[in-house]
Ligand binder design. Sequence first.
Ligand SMILES: [Zn+2]
Length: 559
Amino acid sequence: MRQNEAQDDVLVPLMENLLDSFEPLHRLSGSEEAERAVDILIEQLHVMGLSPVRHRCPLWLSDPLMGSLVLPDVPAWQGQAKTRSFSASRPEGVEGPLFYDVRCLQAIPDLEVSAWETSVRGKIVIADQGFEDYVQRLNRAGALGLVHIWGSAEQALHEETVGPIWGTPVPDDQPLYPTIPVISVNHQQGQLLLEILRQHSDPIMAVLRTELNEHVADCSLPVVDIPGEIDEFVLLSCHYDSWHEGMTDNATGNALCLAAAAHFHRLQPQLKRGLRIAWWPGHSNARYGGSTWFADRYRRILQQQCVAHINVDSPGCLGASEVVVNASGAENLLFLNRAIRKITGKDARRIAPLGKGGDQSFWNCGIPLHFAFREEPETRTSQSPGSGGGWWWHTEADTRDKVDSALLWRDCQIHLHWLSELLTETALPVDPIACLIQMQEELDNLKLSLDPRFDLTSLRETLVAIEQQIRALEGVWTEEREQSIKVAVGLWHRVRYSSTDDFHYDRSYHGGAYPGLQILRGYQQATTSPHAFLMATTQFYRQRDRAIFLLQQSQALLR
Ligand SMILES: [Zn+2]
């Protein structure tokens, strides 16, 4: 079986060469350097004897150029700032008093919202968070702008986004884009700013400026197909656009996918299923615009033929010794851990549900398996959610010295093992019972924070009935039944990870299990106006019945 093993003498240099070529390129989508990176990828794939396709997708891009905060009455303040992708561009600046929102991390009951809105209206708000939904709330309240203080101690300023729309917007989405400017300062400078506020009893005036380049550009989306014996395929994906050099986010992921192309091209005669590899544009400055474009244009093929989506983002990071998996919940845990144990000698530190992000644009395409490798240091010191928890994530310091080549090879081999099973084994590693049990547990958790009028009993009973139905089928597997399970799991993912129909996307900030029902957490009748509670109740009936409808479809399939 030596022939099937990963050839480190071929794949390691292949990955290192790609890192060398990507290092000088700042690959923000829409830039010439991003397109140059695609030229290099395509050339490499051709050299291997593959025939990649270079799709071109027009994307709506928001590139941060400049952010600043000036305090005219406190000239000693000289803080550095960065703006956020999809912040409003206000090069002329907005001027107003600073206000520290101590409640920014709290859920504000509906009856107190009006007082909170009055407190931030007409202010440049300083806050310990800068998430999209908070920006939406500030925008509605009439705040002038937001200064987000980064939560961990690193000096570096991170790039980020406040884009509320998943992928490219449709006309109805347009009013949701922030009309207020947003910037971020680092933790130390944020504390200085708060100290200045404490020392002055009078309001401190500030001028907040942002400049962004908002534009439509054609961006390349390269895809390579390594067909198998049957039509089914596994989608392996990674974003090739980056902030600055982006060596660990995500040149290492691009290199890993290139290595996977070389490896499975060599083994192609043995493949039962095909491998399709996509390198996405628009992850950073178009809010997953590339993967969303692909879902929009290839939905039917994805629905009919794609059995798994593995997203690769930021492998091979310095210090990221610990392996974590984010998975949809339908994956057999033995399958996920088998590859990790084979390479590292132990199981994943954690297998957790997939969060919102990472080009997870395919929940409504009926794909049964979705997972993504993650890694982290033994102990976290930064709030960075990417680059293996490294402080350099989304900064100019995400340079070659942050790549650990040995860890990249570890991570590459883990992916090759996963793929090898998916591409050659007849049965897919689907665990429908585990998936249903997780869905019941998540529903029970959600119930604890909902008003009792939002009764989830019928939804839970439907989940239990499906679990019993599957248990009764155990031991009588047929190929036809396996197909039904795949379709059923795809329906369950729509319930668990989405709140909309197959052709739309949830807001970028609506996450958690049952996102359409999660929204109800903020509505307890005792602290909610009749108007708001009526809206919440309407949301409840629509979302509960949507979920039951989809689950009943899966029951019919499994009969
Ligand atoms: Zn990334």
